[in-house]
Design a protein around this ligand. Structure first.
Ligand SMILES: Cc1ncc(COP(=O)(O)O)c(C=O)c1O
Length: 476
């Protein structure tokens, strides 16, 4: 049979049949997911020679891909800031892929431009930046890098873009907590400031930035030959989900005239939480904010957002005319091309899946999802507390919780290796998935609840698996 390249009138029946086969296969897979292993090592099944084949064979291969992949949608997967995506977002993604818009220029994506504008306005409004602007980006890393570039433009009165680091009269310093995501350091290196330009502010018992230490560090830097460029407050640290005191940090940034960036890559979902929204107090005072809808908002990867309350700042940084692109919408005041608002060049119509999600669930539906995860982590903490062999590293502030297996009679110095081994064995068993992290130099198991289908019996089953592994490995 002739191969279908794109859909056209001559082949639409075959194309429809192909699409339906894929849709059925995907739905069948997820309908039976709970009975499958969470994790697979395996690339053993991959056809080695990469030869071309018939669609029927490829369908078999794709089923195999579905079955042999790591299953982030599994109810017993609660190990990372990843999740099975919302179905409506997946379906919208298919439409976006089929349309293949390019956000680079208005002429390539007039309607998509309007949709992204609406999505960004919504996120800005939720952050209390009614007159702000922003762009969807590939994720938190690019968003944090963009925030740093914005801060550098601001501190050099717009000269950073043309003169680079030569526009900086004094040694630049970035401040972030010792729990901030590594992309802050990576951004400093990428922007040409060097990793050493990041000063780590120590955190309290709950892994939150200590604002008084920030004040002291800023004072010391001001008194030296260096100059503060940006302070990063994290809302939802990667290991423990801790939330820096944004409002207190904003006070200090105002006092010292420093750019405040709030990295709410994960904790931005709290914008929808009735219970925990208070933790975001002060976010409206941020100069820039990172939100990653591909984390707690259950969007397919990849999707981050950079938001700033300084209108025009992104274009000042990134706009550059190319003679072959009509960026400007000459027919109306809006929407205007968004290509000059991001580091990326060609960019997907990512906004559609978040726009459809909002249309489908509404803000209240997202609230319900986020609060369900908060209830799950509380139930999980209760299960762990009730069990003498487990120890919590902290109380769960968001949907993350670190803990360790600590059977009676085992010496402290063996616990790191034991917990690492448990994480590995649990993963290999396919009976559950947790990650492992370091806190104050010790190794802890890490759990993150995003999947609404994880029930208490799934949590109990994972605890049983851990215990069995522990007993097998250590005889307790
Ligand atoms: C707080 C925080 N910021 C930034 C990032 C980086 O996000 P991405 O992996 O989307 O680049 C992460 C990732 O886990 C994060 O937890």
């Amino acid at each position: 049979m002739e191969k279908v390249l794109t859909v056209d009138p001559s082949n639409h029946r075959v194309a429809r049949a192909m699409a339906r086969q894929v849709a059925d296969m995907v739905i069948d897979h997820f309908a039976s997911l709970a009975n499958r292993p969470v994790w697979h090592e395996g690339d053993a099944w991959l056809p080695a020679d990469g030869r071309s084949g018939e669609w029927a064979e490829i369908l078999i291969d794709m089923r195999s891909v579905l079955e042999h992949s790591m299953q982030v949608a599994h109810p017993k997967f609660f190990g990372h800031m990843d999740s099975g995506p919302l179905l409506v977002a997946v379906l919208a993604d298919w439409v976006a892929s089929a349309l293949n818009q390019n956000m680079l220029a208005w002429e390539l994506s007039p309607l998509a431009t309007a949709v992204e504008e609406e999505v960004i306005a919504w996120l800005c409004a939720l952050c209390g930046m009614d007159h702000g602007e922003g762009s969807l980006v590939s994720g938190g890393t690019v968003s944090n890098l963009t925030a740093l570039l914005l801060a550098l433009q601001s501190v050099t009165q717009g000269r950073f873009r043309t003169e680079g680091v030569w526009a900086l009269r004094r040694r630049p310093v970035i401040f972030a907590s010792d729990q901030a995501h590594y992309s802050v350091v990576k951004s400093a290196a990428t922007a040409g400031l060097g990793e050493q330009s990041v000063v780590k502010i120590s955190t309290d018992d709950a892994f939150r930035m200590d604002p008084e230490r920030l004040r002291t560090a800023l004072r010391e830097v001001r008194a030296s030959d260096a100059s503060p460029v940006m302070v990063v407050a994290t809302v939802g640290t990667t290991s423990t989900g801790s939330v820096d005191p944004v409002d207190a940090v904003a006070d200090i940034c105002r006092e010292y005239g420093v750019w405040l960036h709030v990295d709410a890559a994960h904790g931005g979902a709290l914008l929808f939480s009735e219970q925990k929204k208070h933790l975001l107090k002060g976010i409206d005072r941020a100069d820039s904010v990172t939100v990653d809808p591909h984390k707690w908002l259950m969007q397919p990867k990849s999707m981050g957002a950079i938001l700033t309350r300084h209108k025009g700042a992104l274009r000042n940084l990134f706009e550059s005319g190319a003679p072959y692109l009509t960026r400007k919408n000459e027919t109306a005041a809006r929407p205007q091309s968004r290509g000059g608002m991001s580091l990326q060049g060609s960019r997907r119509f990512d906004a559609l899946r978040l726009w459809v999600t909002r249309r489908y669930l509404g803000d209240s539906g997202l609230t319900e999802l986020v609060e369900r995860n908060l209830a799950q982590v509380r139930a999980w903490a209760d299960l762990l507390r009730a069990h003498p062999a487990f120890e919590l590293a902290h109380e769960p502030e968001l949907n993350l919780l670190c803990f360790r297996y600590r059977p009676a009679g085992v010496a402290d110095e063996r616990l790191d290796a034991i917990n690492e081994e448990i994480q590995r064995e649990l993963m290999r068993s396919g009976e559950g998935f947790l990650s492992v992290t370091s806190l104050r130099g010790r190794r802890w198991l890490r759990s993150v609840f995003i999947n609404p289908t994880t029930r208490e019996e799934d949590m109990r089953a994972v605890l049983d698996s851990i215990e069995k592994i522990g007993q097998r490995l250590y005889g307790r």
